[in-house]
Structure formats: C-alpha cells, structure tokens
Design a binder for this molecule. Sequence first.
Ligand SMILES: C=C(O[C@@H]1C=C(C(=O)O)C=C[C@H]1O)C(=O)O
Length: 387
Amino acid sequence: MDLSELRKEIDDIDRDLVQMFEKRMALCQEVAEYKIKTGMQVLDRKREVEKLEAIQQMADSDFNRYGVHELFTQIMAISRKLQYQLLADKGVITGLPFEMVPNLQKSRANVVFQGVEGAYSHVAALQFFGEKAKVFHVKTWDDAMKAICAGTADFAVLPIENSSAGSVSDVYDLLVKYDNYIVGETFVKVDHVLLGLPEAEISDIQTVYSHPQGLMQCSRFLEEHRELTKYSTSNTALSAKRVQEEKDITHAAIASEMAGSLYGLKVLDRNIMNSRGNTTRFIVVASRKMYVADSNKLSLCFETNHENAALYNMLSHLTYNGLNMLKLESRPILGRPWEFRFFVDFEGNLGDAGVKNALRGILEEANYFRILGNYYTDKGKNIDENK
Ligand SMILES: C=C(O[C@@H]1C=C(C(=O)O)C=C[C@H]1O)C(=O)O
C-alpha cells in the first residue's frame, strides 16, 4: 500500500468520525433539553467515570486504552460545553445576580483606604474618584473591607498587585473572606524616595522604615546599604509619619515624596527602586453586586478537586469561549495543606454570550466558585513606564 492510499483510508475514517461526532452531539443537545426541563446538573461525574472505564475495556492495548481515555475525556468535555451554551442561551444562569449600572456614583462617594494620608492608596483613591472625593482612612485592609460591609463607606481602594513585587496576597484572601465585589481598578506609579528629618544627611541614617512591599521594591538599594537596619510598618506613609514623630536623625523612611512633604521630611535619595516603571494596581471594592455597562474585565475565584488536570479543565472553559486570560493567582486553602484556591482575571463583560457560557461551566464544575467582579480597566494607560 502506498502513502496516498493509506491517507485516503484515514480520510474515510475521519469522515465517519466527524459524522458520528455530530450524531453524538445532537443527542447531547437532547440530553441538555431534558436537563433544562428537569433542573438536572450538566455534569454527571459518575456517568463519565463509568463511561471511561467501559471505553477502556473496549481497547486492545495499553497504548490505546490510554488514548481512548484521553479522547473521550475531551469528547465529554466538549459535550458539556455544548450543554452549557444551551443553558446560557435559555437564560438558565443561576448564581449571577449582578446588577448593571450606567456608572459608579463617584462624586458623592464616601471612600475608605488603609493607612494614613499620603499613602499610595490615598493617591489611588483621589485618582479614581477625583481630587474632591470624600476619603477617610482606617488601620488595616480588613478594617476597610468591614467599613464597606457596615455602610460607613461606599467604596474601598485596596492595592492588589505591584509590577515588581507581585500580588498583595492578603487582599486576595480578604476578597474571599468578605462578601464584597470589585467594581473598578486604577494604576498608580510608585515613586519611592528615602526620607529623613530636615537636618539629617544620608550618612546619619541607621534605620529605615517602610511597608514590606516598599522594602522589597527597593531591595537592591538596601542590599548596597547593608549597614541599615530595616523595619516593616503597615504603610509607607505611616513610616514617614513615624520618622517625623520620633525626631531621631538616624531614622529614615521609604515612602512617596507626597508623604515626605505632608510630614515635613527631606528627600535624602531618589531613584532607589529596583525598577523604574514600578506601578501598583489598586482595586475599587463595593458591597453591592454591580457592574458598569462598559466593564471589560472579570475576576473569578474557584476551588477544584485536587486531581489530575483539574485546573486545566477549569481554564478550558475560557479557552473554548475565546476569552483572553490576564492573570492567574493561587492562594493556600486554610486547613487543607498544599491545596489551593485559584483566582483568574480575564477580558469580558457579564453580558457576553461567551462569558455566560464559560461562567456556567465553571460554576457547575468547581467545588467553590465566586465572581469577584466585572469592571472597567484602562490597562494602566496613564502610566509612563520610562519615567
Ligand atoms: C451527555 C450527558 O452530559 C454530560 C456529558 C456526558 C457525555 O458526553 O457522555 C456524560 C455525562 C455528563 O457529564 C449526560 O448526562 O448523559
């Protein structure tokens, strides 16, 4: 037999396979209609496990047993995706009661941030809500979350990620702890300087205060000045305040120039950061499940079974619906060592058919699932990376 004859036979088989595939999908569509009527779940794990076992029995070698297992795992996943599409089309999307709003009521908003005046969160709040916004501060990120739950604030502004130090993991955990939602985001350029008392010189400094992120973002500078003792504080601006209050010429803070001028400190050194384009992304959080009409980014959180391909299967719902993933983060689940909760950001709007379809799939197949928000992002267009 020559190659072209072999390929012709393969082509014939493939044609049959496609026809069989289409027949199978048509039946799955009927199954979906039955499920919609009866309120049954799309995923039936027991049936899928039994099917995979039965199919493996039909194959005649280990290699083929493995192959058909792979093949039918995918066929059934596609079958489920078809069913979710149908459910989403028929409006059967429970668990997504997000209210669409034309815009956020920014001008009358009461906004909370963590830290003290001059903190980068303060800068972020003014940038997002405008210079005249009513802002107040609390001691911890947890307090900020509580303030919006209690209604003393309409919005909280919290840092979620820095371009050189990475994710702010505590804030991820707080998004799970509280029933609050991301309704916006804003990017702030972080320009740390070394601040001391007006009479201090850099040679006087022995102790440096800053938030752990501030210390991390200036780690190269601190490595070059190993003689300095580093102290973590809960906020960069608070460290500037502390230097002002302690009146010790040997103390300095790593904070913004704005914090320095607020607390009467002198800039002892600039350009102390590891990377020049150092930017922090802040999220704006509210207690209402709402999204603005032009939202273009979603954040989700889910837990899966601790088994082979579990994450891959969850993410396949995004791939299959052509959704562009922007970020994947994981956090440990307390009480279940070495198991993780996943956080995914991707592009889209809750009104998009592809988004509804993907959410329906993840909602059914994850052990725990929450939409953390659908909001508008300008992707940090205001940031000049070269300055
Ligand atoms: C088609 C069904 O829905 C899903 C898909 C399956 C399949 O493609 O064989 C099997 C079980 C379900 O998870 C069904 O319930 O039979």
